[in-house]
Ligand binder design. Structure first.
Ligand SMILES: *Cc1c(COP(=O)(O)O)cnc(C)c1O
Length: 220
């Protein structure tokens, strides 16, 4: 069933959109099943669970940290994590830079933006990001590479609102690309869209969708 779900979703994705299979809370066996069907990029939202799954599964998996990351947990994933989607504060990025330096890595990250109506969602505003990106602290970091932006839309059945929020994130990306990352060839990623809204996200310019329950079934 996992294989069928994967194939069906992939059939609907434009070629340039990468699928991250969100495997949080799901057992090793189910991830292996997706792996055997050809999937290589997986997303988790807890650092320790991610590190544990990294140990137990094939080493050519690309692991994505997609959720809110606490600074004291960065060290568990710093040696190997492929992309950290949820950079939502200067202090978190400073810690990621510090840990990446220890392992002689340049860590790929995305800046998370607050695009939803809900106050609980983490992330920068465009104004905060601009100020931060112009500052000395950001520009002195050697071990992080900002590859784009990430955001989550409001959890609502109002598709017009969801579309507007994704549209806002695309505008933020375009602004940063023009004003701050015009020379950065790696600044290409817009991570937006989940099981319930990835089709809207793609039509608004997403390049990376994070899909969990539509592949692995609902979580408890
Ligand atoms: C859980 C999660 C997803 C996937 O959610 P589904 O609705 O199961 O597709 C995507 N992004 C983030 C940040 C998540 O925490």
């Amino acid at each position: 069933m996992i294989k069928d779900n994967l194939l069906q979703i992939k059939d609907n994705l434009p070629e340039e959109v990468q699928l991250i299979a969100v495997s949080k809370t799901k057992p090793i066996e189910m991830i292996q099943e997706a792996y055997d069907a050809g999937q290589r990029a997986f997303g988790e939202n807890r650092a320790l669970e991610l590190a544990d799954k990294f140990e137990k599964l094939p080493k050519d998996i690309e692991w994505h940290m997609i959720g809110h990351l606490q600074r004291n947990k960065v060290k568990y994933i710093a040696p190997f994590v492929h992309l950290i989607h949820g950079i939502d504060s200067p202090r978190l990025l400073a810690e990621v830079n510090k840990q990446a330096e220890k392992f002689n890595r340049v860590q790929k990250v995305l800046l998370q933006f607050h695009i939803a109506q809900e106050s609980s969602k983490f992330g920068f505003s465009l104004e905060e990001a601009i100020e931060y990106l112009n500052g000395d602290e950001f520009n002195s970091m050697q071990n992080v590479e900002v590859c784009g932006v990430m955001g989550m839309a409001t959890f609502t059945s109002d598709t017009r609102q969801v579309r507007e929020e994704f549209h806002d994130l695309k505008k933020i990306f375009d602004h940063l690309k023009t004003k701050h990352f015009s020379d950065a060839t790696e600044f290409t990623t817009i991570s937006m869209g989940m099981s319930g809204d990835y089709e809207i996200a793609i039509s608004e310019g997403s390049t990376m969708v994070r899909v969990g329950s539509a592949i692995f079934g609902s979580r408890n």
